[in-house]
Design a protein around this ligand. Structure first.
Ligand code: GLN
Length: 453
């Protein structure tokens, strides 16, 4: 813990942590030592972790990296983090993320962007770590912590993992409790770990998972020991390759890596089959209706009365308006406006209801493939390697949204997906592959992910 506290301090230029909690960490580490001395060590005893600032931590400032939460200090602990502390883990601090987890580059954070510890060969240009869990991915990649909590609504665990050469898994919807996690789009949000290896992710996910009566969408299913699945291998598994993911303009190095992934799985005894997921092309537009719709509703609670920031006004309406105008950044405001529009009386059927129907079709595509005996699906994790800080600022928001093209389908269908580092691009930057599994079959993803890693 002491070594990691020092590493965090030495790497402040990355801006990965928005709050360091060294005293808290040392207290937890001392308690760990005492439990180890008594022979009562838990599965994560003494392991120093970072926590995305979207998880409520009791007595420790939690902001979702938004000005509107100000200096909000929760009086409660999220279920996921409380399970990590139950198992002996240690909290080093709170990690940077895109404001309310809306973004793909960690540049929408009220605390400023995170710097990816990776650089292109021969270049000093600073790169984004991806988002929204950019602080989690950068902290793990720079070895500031042994693992981190993260959340994924449309790719926010898998895309930053791919951009930083780390492993990230978004479990099946309902696997991890959402209680105490700041809500973005409740029907898509899932917590999960980012860590250095597939095995570390498996160990962390075992601890983070489990039924929670405080989250009505939490699934009451058995939690396997995920680490036991890591060495299972892929012999006899059927791996699907969806033709719709071969998008136009895919860089050759990503297409090559995708092929290499197929070859590795095949040489370990898996069968590779071509599959079709015909509604894939509608996933991104439908996601950018469903997610903002739910966000606009979830964010209605930030009114200057209950939490954080309050900007006074002549009357209550003016107070609301001034508080929300000052508290939300531009990307969050954009989402609130899109969401409010698609949910409004005249447009609900044309946009929101349509997007929900498309969501069902996307889910059915996957069900058909899994019913035909496919065990997991292999795709690239992202359409590119990490891009430069501020590089996308001149682009339209839609170009940023294209980062999610391979990841959002998984959230729309509620399935588990893992991103595993699989190679490098021509400039030495990490590239990741994604494996998508059947509901509650994260074990197959760990087994296949280990073969690729
Ligand atoms: N980049 C996507 C978005 O901005 C996904 C974010 C996430 O998964 N939290 O909505």
């Amino acid at each position: 813990t002491k070594a990691h506290i020092a590493a965090v301090e030495a790497a402040r230029s990355l801006n990965a942590f928005v709050l360091e909690t060294p005293e808290h960490a040392l207290d937890q580490a001392a308690a760990s030592d005492a439990r180890i001395a008594r022979g009562e060590a838990g599965p994560l005893e003494g392991i120093p972790l970072g926590v995305k600032d979207l998880f409520a931590t009791k007595g420790v400032r939690t902001t979702a990296c938004s000005k509107i939460l100000g200096n909000f200090v929760p009086s409660y602990e999220s279920t996921v983090t409380s399970q990590l502390w139950r198992d002996g883990a240690v909290m080093l601090g709170k990690l940077n993320n895109d404001e309310f987890a809306m973004g793909s580059s960690n540049e929408t954070s009220a605390f400023g962007p995170v710097v990816n510890p990776w650089r292109r060969e021969g270049s000093n240009l600073q790169l984004v770590p991806g988002g929204s869990s950019g602080g989690s991915a950068a902290a793990v990649a720079a070895r500031l912590c042994l693992g981190a909590t993260a959340t994924d609504t449309g790719g926010s665990i898998r895309q930053p993992a791919a951009f930083t050469g780390t492993v990230g898994i978004k479990p099946t919807y309902g696997r991890c409790s959402r209680w105490g996690t700041v809500a973005f789009a409740s029907s898509l949000d899932q917590a999960g770990p980012i860590a250095k290896t597939v095995r570390d992710c498996a160990v962390l996910l075992t601890s983070m998972s489990g039924h929670d009566p405080k989250d009505s969408t939490s699934a009451n299913v058995r939690v396997p020991d995920f680490a036991a699945a890591v060495a299972r291998g892929v012999k006899g598994l059927k791996i699907g390759i969806p033709k719709e993911y071969r998008v136009e303009g895919m860089p050759a190095e990503i297409a090559d890596l995708w092929q290499a992934g197929q070859d590795w799985l095949k040489s370990e005894g898996a069968t590779i089959v071509d599959i079709t997921l015909p509604h894939t092309k509608y996933a991104l537009p439908a996601y950018y209706i469903v997610a903002p719709a739910e966000a606009s509703s979830n964010l209605a609670r930030y009114d200057g009365v209950r939490y954080g920031l309050r900007v006074p006004g002549q009357n209550i309406v003016e107070m609301y308006e001034k508080t929300r105008a000052a508290g939300f950044g531009p990307e969050v405001r954009r989402r609130i406006m899109i969401g409010t529009y698609v949910l409004s009386a005249g447009y609900y059927d044309a946009y929101y209801l349509r997007a929900q129907k498309i969501r069902t079709l996307i889910k059915r595509d996957f069900e058909t493939v899994f019913q035909a005996g496919v065990d997991a699906i292999l795709t690239p994790a992202t359409p590119s390697a990490a891009f430069g800080l501020a590089e996308m600022q001149t682009a339209s928001p839609v170009e940023m949204y294209l980062n999610d093209v391979f990841t959002v389908t998984v959230n729309m269908a509620g399935l588990p997906g893992i991103a595993v580092p699989a190679g490098k691009d021509g400039q030495g930057l990490p590239l990741g592959l994604q494996l998508i599994g059947r509901p509650f079959d994260e074990e197959t993803l760990f087994a296949a992910g280990q073969v690729i890693e």
